[in-house]
Design a binder for this molecule. Structure first.
Ligand SMILES: Cc1cc2nc3c(=O)[nH]c(=O)nc-3n(C[C@H](O)[C@H](O)[C@H](O)COP(=O)(O)OP(=O)(O)OC[C@H]3O[C@@H](n4cnc5c(N)ncnc54)[C@H](O)[C@@H]3O)c2cc1C
Length: 397
């Protein structure tokens, strides 16, 4: 491939989380001169039992993207099955990678090693400059974008041809450009931790829909350690944080219906408020794009957040071929429409799923149960659902 870095336009990526770091690396590989701005290098998250408490489920499509930029972390735990059931129902759904002709549905990846690998690659890349500072303002003209940065209390500016905002849910770029974000508060918080279980997880992601919110037990590389994402009403979640370790283990053993036997030990718990949101513009100026959580934030019940951000990047790379003028008028119009539509569909589907499973009406429960039973008997439909959820339909292998 003939890459001319002197002709390629300069790009600033604001935010070096998983989406921003992968974006910077992908564009730098294509010859763009990239500056990545973040407040600091990623800090290691809280850990217990030798693993990070923060985990993300990555789809095969996301894995492919990370491998392309040589950023796949070694500690990934494969999951081959997903088992979904509910508090009130008798039907249970099991998704099996084998039924989609694959050896895995995806991977559970600890956030600290994932970011460490991405940042190691950022440090090594000759087309990437790292700048540390907090974005406080953004000004745009037809010719340039200028970012104001707070660097240790001093305000500095940074000019670029093109700005990609991947600075997360509270995006300063989005706010500076006065792009509104529509918000759907869920009234829930996610309690997360790592637990040791009596029975082995069998490379299975377990998810039980409780009336108060979904509980996920996600496998790790150790057969008896699972990360927990337990979405609950704010009141319940706050109470959950006050339980002693043994009370928490007991509550979790009950809530998980002993799917992995007794919960033996739990690491310290954390709780995150869960809000879904969607920016009203993807490309608010011809020189600016929003990606990842800066564009939309989804409920973690389907483990889609980073995967949707990587999907944004996949679609971006279909346009940002080497030597393309990223600032060309109209270049991002179709991309912007498609990403907004895709985000809206995902947000509404997840909201619908949350409401459906949170509805205590016995008739709704009967309908859910009948529907799940019907779905469970249709292999082809399950295969389609797996392909859609994991991004497999976009992969050739
Ligand atoms: C409980 C929970 C469980 C989850 N589980 C999953 C899962 O299983 N699978 C999945 O795909 N997703 C999951 N997610 C979602 C996932 O964590 C996010 O979607 C993902 O982190 C978004 O990545 P990002 O790079 O867009 O933003 P972030 O990870 O938020 O990164 C933003 C970056 O921007 C930097 N930044 C912010 N503001 C500024 C500023 N003003 N100036 C400079 N830099 C700035 C930050 O320092 C950070 O490095 C989960 C989320 C939660 C809360």
């Amino acid at each position: 491939m003939n890459i001319d870095t002197t002709q390629a336009c300069s790009v600033v990526v604001a935010g070096g989380g998983p989406v921003g770091a992968a974006t910077a690396l992908s564009l730098a590989d294509r010859g763009y001169v990239v500056t990545l701005v973040d407040r600091s290098r990623p800090q290691p998250g809280p850990s217990a039992f030798g693993m990070d408490i923060r985990n993300v489920a990555l789809s095969p499509r996301s894995a492919e993207l990370l491998r392309q930029i040589d950023s796949w972390p070694e500690q990934a735990a494969t999951y081959r099955k997903m088992c979904v059931w509910e508090e009130r129902g008798t039907s249970r759904l099991t998704f099996d990678a084998a039924s989609a002709g694959r050896s895995e549905l995806g991977w559970l990846v600890e956030v600290t090693p994932l970011l460490a690998r991405l940042w190691q690659r950022l440090d090594e890349h000759s087309n990437i400059t790292l700048v540390f500072g907090s974005v406080t303002d953004v000004a745009t003209t037809d010719q340039r974008v200028t970012l104001s940065l707070d660097q240790d209390g001093e305000t500095t500016t940074l000019d670029t041809d093109f700005l990609i905002a991947s600075d997360g849910a509270k995006s300063a770029v989005r706010d500076a450009l006065q792009v509104e974000a529509r918000r759907w508060p869920t009234g829930q918080m996610a309690v997360t931790t790592v637990v040791r279980t009596e029975r082995a997880h069998d490379a299975t992601a377990w998810q039980r829909f409780l009336l108060d919110g979904p509980l996920a037990l996600l496998p790790s590389t150790d057969p008896h350690l699972c990360s927990i994402v337990w979405s609950q009403s704010e009141r319940q979640a706050t109470q959950c944080l006050t339980l002693s370790d043994s009370e928490f283990c007991l509550a979790l053993t009950r809530a998980s219906e002993t799917c992995l036997g007794t919960i033996l030990e739990a690491a310290p718990r954390q709780a995150f408020p869960l809000n879904q949101q969607l920016a009203t513009a993807v490309n608010p100026h011809r020189r600016v794009l929003l990606l990842g959580d800066a564009l939309r934030v989804v409920h973690p019940l389907a483990g889609l957040g980073v995967n949707l951000g990587f999907e944004d990047l996949h679609e971006l790379l279909a346009i940002a071929k080497p030597n393309v003028d990223l600032c060309r008028l109209g270049l991002w119009d179709k991309f912007a429409r498609q990403r907004l539509l895709r985000s809206e569909i995902m947000l509404r589907s997840l909201d619908g799923l949350k409401r459906l499973y949170g509805n205590p009406n016995p008739w709704v429960g009967w309908l859910r149960n009948t529907g799940v039973g019907w779905f469970g008997r249709r292999r082809w439909l399950q295969r389609k659902a797996i392909e859609e959820a994991t991004g497999l339909r976009h992969l050739s292998g």
